[in-house]
Design a protein around this ligand. Structure first.
Ligand code: EPZ
Length: 422
């Protein structure tokens, strides 16, 4: 078991380079499994979710070459099975993209149900609805999802709920289907646009990504043979942006796309934070003599406030002046970390999808456990802001999605150490 020991209370200041997007990388790497030639993908973050997914690719016969840190060459033409039943599949959520990729490649797929963060039911009914709209028969039994189609043909699907995963997975299955597919009420996240841009660079014909209607004209083959660079991680960037006002510091995130950060930047400005945007940088700090004010947040699909920054923003509300509110509209049980924050002195009342946060809390160190990726990051952040020492257990969950977390925080002035224990 791995843990962090954090001595909190000092302002974090400096510059931090943001890595490639975890959620775009999982989707783009999986999209490469639908191609008819090799491709090179760059700016991949150094996180365990990706190493697990790349190992799964190798398990099914794909050729994976590590060219240099963050850069791989993939060739899906050597894949030798449509079955992905290894235990590894259950370690990450992103493995679900292999459903669409292999269904698009072979016309059939059998996949162990994926894993991922546990904050409520994580259904895949919309993914299957999309595959059925393309002519596939789907079945779920013994924890294995099976899909098969004589011939994938374009179709129309309306997503009852805006779903990132279903939008991407249907794209991956439709990109080589015969005819035209329309995905209505599609997710609009930056990583959806990134996957569409990647596939179009490899010969696909996808239009409308980033809007709620995506149109895909199936192509018989996707020759690939190109290089592609993944977008920066908006959630990693947001985590460091929030750390500046949280610790009374001054942080500039580098290598970001400011447009992707607007949902957070706007809320930070509303709370009284100075947010200065450059071409690919954003600086966050509190002006001398100003004070952080509470605000009301509600998580929504992009371009709303991202659910993956909900725990981090809730920690910020703990130290703001006044009473803040957080409404979690995407996941039904994403406040599990609040108990740990209470141990650290936070004053939060939760009821269903609502958390009411009394500000002006003087957080103090404690021993807490990371229950999922973003909640774990939020507890690290609380430890950095708290007086005294905090020990965060099970930080493997945090390192699924934050590359070089200790190194980057240390360079900003954090007193944090990583420990391995039996
Ligand atoms: C992706 O999960 C992200 N994971 C999550 O990030 C993120 O929280 C989520 O999108 C929302 O932005 C990856 O990209 C690997 P959804 P996903 O399908 O695709 C319901 C992180 O921290 N739904 O957009 O699983 C679902 O229950 C992780 O990086 C159905 O009802 O999320 C939820 O209420 C955590 N049926 C809503 O849609 C379905 O078939 C949004 O889920 C699929 C989803």
């Amino acid at each position: 078991m791995r843990s962090y020991i954090i001595k909190g209370g000092n302002p974090l200041t400096g510059h931090v380079k943001i890595g490639g997007s975890k959620n775009a990388s999982l989707a783009v790497l999986s999209a490469a499994m639908a191609l008819d030639g090799p491709c090179i993908i760059d700016n991949l973050p150094d996180i365990t979710d990706l190493s697990v997914l790349l190992q799964i690719f190798s398990d099914i016969g794909a050729t994976v070459e590590y060219l240099e840190p963050g850069k791989v060459r993939l060739d899906a033409t050597t894949i030798n099975t449509h079955e992905v039943l290894h235990d590894r599949v259950t370690q990450i959520r992103g493995s679900y993209y292999l459903m669409g990729a292999l269904l698009g490649r072979f016309g059939k797929v059998a996949l162990r149900m994926p894993g991922g963060c546990d904050f409520g039911v994580r259904p895949i009914d919309l993914h299957l609805k999309g595959f059925e709209a393309l002519g596939a028969k789907t079945e779920m039994s013994y924890g294995i999802v099976s899909c098969e189609a004589e011939e994938l043909t374009g179709g129309g699907v309306f997503l009852d709920t805006v779903s990132v995963g279903a939008t991407v997975n249907i794209m991956l299955a439709a990109v080589k289907a015969k005819g035209k597919t329309v995905i209505d009420n599609a997710a609009r996240e930056p990583h959806i646009v990134d996957v569409a841009n990647f596939l179009n660079a490899m010969g696909a014909d996808i239009r409308g990504a980033g809007t709620d209607v995506i149109r895909i004209n199936g192509r018989p083959t996707l020759p690939a043979n190109k290089e592609y660079t993944v977008i920066p991680d908006q959630i990693e960037a947001g985590t460091y942006m929030i750390l500046a006002p949280l610790t009374g510091g001054d942080i500039t995130v580098e290598g970001v796309i400011p447009k992707h950060m607007e949902p957070l930047s706007a809320k930070l400005v509303e709370m009284g934070v100075e947010v200065e945007e450059g071409d690919d940088t954003i600086r966050c700090y509190m002006k001398e003599g100003s004070s952080l004010q509470a605000a009301s947040f509600k998580t929504m699909p992009y371009p709303g406030f991202p659910t993956d920054l909900q725990p981090q923003a809730t920690v910020l509300l703990c130290v703001a002046e006044g009473t803040g509110r957080m409404i979690e509209n995407v996941w039904e049980n994403r406040f599990q970390y609040v108990d740990a924050l209470r141990l650290m002195g936070a004053n939060i009342i939760t009821s269903g999808r609502l958390a009411v946060v009394q500000g002006n809390s003087h957080l103090t160190g404690s021993q807490v456990t990371a229950r999922d990726l973003r909640a774990g990051a939020a507890l690290v952040m609380a430890g950095l802001a708290a007086r005294g020492t905090t020990k965060v257990l099970d930080i493997e969950r945090v390192e699924r999605g934050y590359e070089y977390f200790v190194e980057k925080l240390t360079r900003l002035g954090a007193r944090i150490e990583r420990f391995e224990s039996e």
